[in-house]
Design a protein around this ligand. Structure first.
Ligand SMILES: Cc1cc2nc3c(=O)[nH]c(=O)nc-3n(C[C@H](O)[C@H](O)[C@H](O)COP(=O)(O)OP(=O)(O)OC[C@H]3O[C@@H](n4cnc5c(N)ncnc54)[C@H](O)[C@@H]3O)c2cc1C
Length: 348
């Protein structure tokens, strides 16, 4: 394949197919859905680029979730992810096919891989975008991303260089449900798999995935710094159990060691979309609220009536976190007790 830049027009919305942890991390599917909307506006196609070894099953999945085309580079050398090999291959493909837009998940992988690729392609990259739209006048991709430490949202455009590249946090967009019988093309380009001599993978082991599946819990309680101690944070687990939910945390909580990293919500953590989210002792910083904006109902508890979290809450309770949690626990325990008595017909 010629990797020299040609002057054919750029077209197509590309999504990088990050299929590792497919069932835990649906960000590629979410990006295909968003890519479809963008491609429709640009009157072009959405294509997923997939690198790996024996990855045909994922190509079929991507078609079923809305991809028009899946470009597969299937080779034993691509079984494990090597940033240098991946960057060289994708660099060749992008220079040859010249996509207009290229998206990837803002996962640990996307955060390492996409900046390298953007540098190599001499184009711009907006990290951790929370919205992507097409400018009706210019046709440019408007990449909305938190800026200045999250104090404001900036709309970034890449007017001159291509592709327009962005990473998006998992959970921001919704995937298209699996469609049986969806039609798409799967193509296998010829590409040079240049061996990487500098890095050797000696051993790998899967990351322990948080058992509670925070992302799918119908009720999520989030504790912030305002809880004041690890002991008070533990109260959230009892409330969550009684409500059939799970527990998330803000960054200061993780830093203080009150909760493990897998519970972090926000720009650098997970995004959740529960029916009910109760945010306790959190100020409402943009980097955190990015991860909870998909919640159907938000209840905020904070002792400061001017805390920004109240601006996005459906219901706000001004008061001490521990006092409110203690009351809530009492009520929930009583309700549970009442249900038990009703079932057995005997007061316990
Ligand atoms: C690049 C970058 C990325 C980041 N990514 C993330 C991220 O992914 N997730 C994240 O969470 N943060 C992230 N942060 C940090 C973020 O900016 C905030 O600092 C953080 O979210 C604040 O957490 P908090 O609300 O728990 O703490 P604080 O901002 O300190 O708020 C504590 C709140 O508790 C209230 N309070 C205090 N005592 C009580 C009490 N007794 N009862 C009730 N309320 C009380 C206070 O009024 C206050 O509003 C990031 C920052 C940067 C710069």
């Amino acid at each position: 394949m010629k990797t020299k830049e040609t002057h054919k027009p750029c077209q197509g919305v590309w999504v990088f197919g990050d299929y590792r942890n497919y069932f835990q991390n649906r960000v590629t599917l979410q990006l295909i859905a968003k890519g479809r909307q963008l491609a429709t506006k640009l009157k072009t196609e959405v294509m997923v680029l997939l690198l790996g070894d024996h990855v045909h099953q994922y190509a079929m999945e991507y078609v079923a979730h809305g991809a028009d085309v899946v470009m597969v580079v299937d080779h034993p050398r691509l079984k494990d992810y090597h940033v240098e090999i991946y960057t060289r291959i994708v660099d060749q493909l992008v220079k040859h096919f010249r996509p207009e837009i290229f998206l990837a998940g803002a996962t640990a992988f996307g955060r390492e891989f996409f900046p390298r690729l953007a540098k190599r392609l001499s184009t711009g990259l907006s990290a951790d975008c929370v919205s992507l739209e097409i400018d009706e006048q210019t046709g440019l991709l408007i990449q909305t991303t938190p800026a200045f430490g999250g104090e404001l949202l900036a709309d970034v455009v890449t007017p001159e260089h291509r592709p327009q590249m962005a990473t998006v946090h998992p959970g921001i967009f919704s995937e298209i449900p699996h469609q049986h019988g969806a039609m798409g093309r799967i193509v296998y380009p010829e590409v040079a798999i240049v061996p990487d001599e500098r890095v050797e993978l000696i051993h790998s082991r899967p990351e322990q995935v948080h058992k509670g599946r925070l992302e799918e819990a119908p009720v999520v309680l989030v504790g912030g710094r305002g809880l004041g101690s690890g002991e008070k944070f533990q109260m959230l687990f009892e409330v969550a159990e009684l409500l059939g939910g799970d527990v998330g945390a803000t960054r200061p909580v993780i830093k203080a060691g009150w909760a493990e990293n897998t519970r972090l919500l926000g720009q650098t953590g997970k995004s959740v979309k529960p029916k009910l989210l109760i945010s306790i002792g959190t100020s409402g910083a943009l980097q955190y609220t990015t991860g909870i904006q998909g919640a159907e109902n938000i209840v905020a508890i904070n002792r400061d009536p001017h805390a920004p979290i109240f601006k996005m809450a459906d219901l706000g309770l001004v008061g001490d976190a521990k006092a409110i949690l203690t009351l809530l626990l009492e009520k929930l325990r009583k309700r549970l007790q009442g249900k038990k008595e009703k079932r057995s017909g005997v007061p316990a």
